[in-house]
Design a protein around this ligand. Sequence first.
Ligand code: MN
Ligand code: MN
Length: 308
Amino acid sequence: MFMRVDQLQANLPPPKKADPNAAAALQELLGGKYGEMSTLGNYMFQSFNFRSKDKLRPFYSLVASITAEELGHVELVSNGVAMVANGPDKANGDKGDGGDISGAPFADMKEIRSAASFLSHAGGAVPVDSNGVSWNQGFVTSTGNVVVDLLHNFHLECGARLHKLRVYETVSDATSREVCGYLLVRGSVHAHAYALALKKITGVDLDKFLPTPNINLSKIPECQKYLDEGSHRRLYTFSPNDYREMAGIWGNGETALPGDPPGELEVVDGHPDGGKIHQLTGIPSAFTPDYAPEEMFEIASKLYKASR
Ligand code: MN
Ligand code: MN
């Protein structure tokens, strides 16, 4: 089962302006072929369908714990998309009735790459790619063969790093770049982990051809603090008590990839220190949240007090 922590896996800097087209580019990292919906879907169903879980516990634990991390990546990218699409929170965002809308206050929105992102979703994220095409289950591979599944996962993480770098190269705002920088580091960890798992089973040294693609993380400023704190050496269990068995694969004398800061790989119980979740204030003229906002806030405030 899953537990939920009300934080993001990384701290995202608040956006300086609204940039719906940058948000559309970020959508590729969510609902694209190599996006977070795909990594989540692959590892989640592989872990559900995993055969001989007790006998293959280290491999099962690896796929199961990375599943939980990917769910948090879906959350991180989705928050990034909404932040960049909407821009800075407005001080009066939650107040008023939106005023006079006869002058087409959102005329610009018909020109953006994904008009539906505003028209149907108020600048929120949904599981589509950068062209607004739906993510689909065809991106999920769960063969029942552990080696084939792990090999697929290795390919998926390498592909994911490729599209993260390309998205990084198309955006210049700090929020989008932070999403890309953090996920490039974590994608490198996952590619490395699946390579090591395959090496333990088959003896083939897949980790020798990492990093693929050959992205030197030390050249990407947004990756630095994560490398400094050792994120590239860590896998998290995302659980209070379970999944430690993956330390036989991630650990066990194995070290960081050449090119990254050196050190031993380690499994960490629980989850990384998270970042806060953005408020995303209302837009009265676009009917969010609508239905007498002041009254809703007052009701929520009373309910909050009653819960303490
Ligand atoms: Mn991911
Ligand atoms: Mn991953």
